[in-house]
Ligand binder design. Structure first.
Ligand code: THU
Length: 142
C-alpha cells in the first residue's frame, strides 16, 4: 500500500456510503454508514441499527468494529463515517471510546452525500483517553 493510496479516501467513503443504505433507523431517521480498513487492506462495513427499546440502538461505527473484530481483524488503518448532514457527523462519545480502544490513534474520515470530507485523528477526537494503558499506569493505588 503506497502513501498515495492510503491518503485516497474515495474508496472507503464509498464503502461507508453503501453501508448507510442498510441503516435501520426507524425512530431517528438518521442513517449512518461506516467502513473500516485493516492494515492488510480488508474493508468491513456497518450501519446504525435502532431498537424500539431505544437505548439498545447501536451506532454504525460500533457495528463495523464488532463485525471486523469478530471476523478476526485486529490491526486497523482508518475508519470512515458517512451521514447526510451538511456539518460532517463525527463519532459519538461511546464510539470514540471503542475506536480508541480497538484501533488506537487512527484517522477518522468523515463524509456526507454531497462529497464534503474531512479527516481527523482519533487523538484529536479523544484527547485524554481512559484505556488499558491508563489502567496499567495507575496500577492498584491503595
Ligand atoms: N449514530 C451513528 O450511527 N453514528 C454516529 O456517529 C452518531 C449517531 C446513530 C445512532 C442512532 O441510530 C442515530 O444515529 C441517531 O443518534
Amino acid at each position: 500500500m503506497t502513501v498515495a493510496s492510503i491518503a485516497e479516501t474515495a474508496d472507503i467513503l464509498a464503502a461507508a456510503t453503501g453501508a448507510r443504505n442498510c441503516a435501520l433507523a426507524l425512530y431517528s431517521k438518521f442513517c449512518v454508514g461506516a467502513a473500516i480498513e485493516t492494515e492488510d487492506g480488508a474493508v468491513y462495513t456497518g450501519c446504525n441499527i435502532e431498537s424500539a427499546a431505544y437505548e439498545l440502538t447501536m451506532c454504525a461505527e460500533r457495528v463495523t468494529i464488532w463485525k471486523a473484530l469478530s471476523e478476526g481483524a485486529r490491526r486497523f488503518r482508518r475508519i470512515a463515517v458517512v451521514a447526510d448532514t451538511g456539518q460532517l457527523t463525527p463519532p459519538c462519545g461511546a464510539c470514540r471510546q471503542i475506536i480508541w480502544e480497538f484501533c488506537g490513534d487512527i484517522p477518522v474520515v468523515l463524509g456526507n452525500l454531497r462529497g464534503d470530507t474531512e479527516t481527523l485523528m482519533m487523538s484529536e477526537l479523544l484527547p485524554r483517553p481512559f484505556d488499558g494503558k491508563f489502567l496499567a499506569e495507575i496500577g492498584t493505588e491503595d
